[in-house]
Write a protein that binds this ligand. Structure first.
Ligand SMILES: Cc1cc2nc3c(=O)[nH]c(=O)nc-3n(C[C@H](O)[C@H](O)[C@H](O)COP(=O)(O)OP(=O)(O)OC[C@H]3O[C@@H](n4cnc5c(N)ncnc54)[C@H](O)[C@@H]3O)c2cc1C
Length: 388
């Protein structure tokens, strides 16, 4: 199979700066050399390859979009290109990076005090401290605002009770950004996962995101000091602000998964012969390849435009909702079509499309389901709230 060189029918490369292209080249080389060889065994084992954490940190991926505190301070396009390359390997790898960076570190950077930033961010950028983001509960997913986890003030701090479920990195994180109700407002606390009263369990039997650890966290009379509260968090809107940063990384990331599927399938159909000819020479096959290339190109343009808006400071949540559901659906459709074009071989781990399509089922659901983002955009377009 020819090595991956990117799928760029619109010459979007010409839109990137030398620095952005260099960032992408560095991550692309690392993904091919170090990450790709880990994917099959990690996915089969249902575990995240923690041996990659150090190099992810050395590459400056953790908190790459943030300034100061040991973070790389990259622009939105370079950050997006990083996420695209990581997800080309596996959505679990991009999830790991984006939970650490866009969710946990962003929450502290955005809503923490200077003391909290100094305390946590340098270690998180260096990969010495891993973070999780605990918003979802078993009974409260899309409607996270109805969460039951709560904090009450006690002498010198807070006492927290509740449980979070479906939390990425739950069992490997040293801290969790825990969203809980305090005086009826949703606030976030930085909670050390080794504190008495915190228990964790891993969710097994996943058919999706197997190269990512997902789990539950229970908090029983967990006592934290006053400095655990992220004072800047005021409501569910604060959590959504972090999620918008993570959704931006999805908008780019899923294009990487889709590009990997398309590259794999173009190569496969050129080499596989049926009826005395390569699959690639059949019109129906070419029609599918052409449709997928056009769809992927539209998703790439959408990601680039979101990056430009973010650079200008005019990115709106409705843009992020639209691109999150649209690019994820496109990538999912591409992965499924590629699986089909690979025939029986496509159901094995020897080829990436079915693994990507299983992962993209999660991407379709987490950080706001497709429906929720459609409803958010629908509300923006019409002024009518059809969510609840
Ligand atoms: C692998 C994985 C990792 C995750 N990581 C994290 C994490 O790190 N942190 C975290 O906090 N959460 C995480 N999540 C949770 C994720 O964000 C939730 O699963 C998601 O918000 C959806 O919630 P739910 O699963 O409870 O589905 P539900 O909310 O029960 O939705 C089920 C279905 O009903 C639809 N639906 C719901 N409400 C409406 C409505 N008003 N109108 C129309 N349709 C509706 C949904 O679109 C969906 O199709 C993760 C999930 C997975 C699978």
């Amino acid at each position: 199979m020819n090595p991956y060189k990117g799928i760029d029918l619109l010459n979007l490369d010409s839109q990137f700066t030398d620095d952005e292209r260099q960032v992408r080249a560095t991550i692309r080389e690392w993904v091919d050399r170090a990450a790709m060889p880990e994917v099959e065994s990690s996915f089969n084992a249902g575990s995240f390859p923690v041996n990659l954490v150090e190099s992810l940190a050395d590459l400056g991926i953790f908190g790459a979009h943030l300034d100061g505190y040991g973070c790389a301070g990259l622009g939105p396009i370079a950050y997006g290109l990083m996420m695209e390359e990581l997800e080309r390997a596996d959505s679990g790898l991009r999830s790991f990076a984006s939970v650490q960076s866009s969710l946990a570190m962003t929450a502290i950077h955005e809503f923490g005090s200077e003391k909290q930033r100094q305390l946590y961010l340098p270690d998180m950028a260096a990969g010495k401290l891993l973070g999780a983001f605990g918003l979802t509960e078993a009974d409260h997913g899309s409607d996270a605002g109805s969460m039951e986890t709560n904090a009450v003030r006690i002498d010198g701090g807070y006492c927290i009770n509740g449980a979070k479920y479906w939390i990425t990195n739950a069992t490997v994180a040293g801290i969790v950004i825990l969203w809980a109700k305090l005086d009826n407002a949703i606030r976030a606390f930085v909670v050390d996962t080794s504190l008495p009263g915190v228990s964790r369990e891993e969710i097994h039997n996943k058919l999706s995101m197997r190269m990512s650890v997902t789990g539950g966290l229970t908090f029983q009379n967990v006592v934290v000091t006053e400095d655990a509260l992220l004072e800047g968090t005021k409501s569910l809107g604060s959590a959504l602000q972090c999620l918008n940063s993570a959704r931006y990384s999805i908008v780019w990331g899923v294009n990487g998964a889709a590009a990997d599927c398309l590259h794999t399938t173009i190569e496969y159909t050129k080499n596989r012969e049926q009826f005395g000819k390569s699959l690639a020479s059949f019109q129906l096959v070419q029609q599918k390849l052409a449709d997928m290339a056009a769809d992927l190109s539209r998703s790439q343009l959408l990601a680039l435009q979101l990056g430009r808006l973010k650079e200008q400071g005019t990115l709106h949540w409705s843009h992020v909702s639209m691109a999150k559901f649209s690019n994820t659906q496109t990538a999912l459709d591409i992965a499924r079509t590629c699986r089909d074009l690979l025939g029986a071989a496509g159901i094995t781990m020897d080829f990436s499309p079915m693994r990507h399509s299983m992962n993209l089922e999660t991407v379709n659901t987490y950080e706001g389901t497709r429906h929720m983002h459609q409803l958010i955009l629908g509300r923006h377009l019409t002024g009518h709230n059809a969510i609840g």
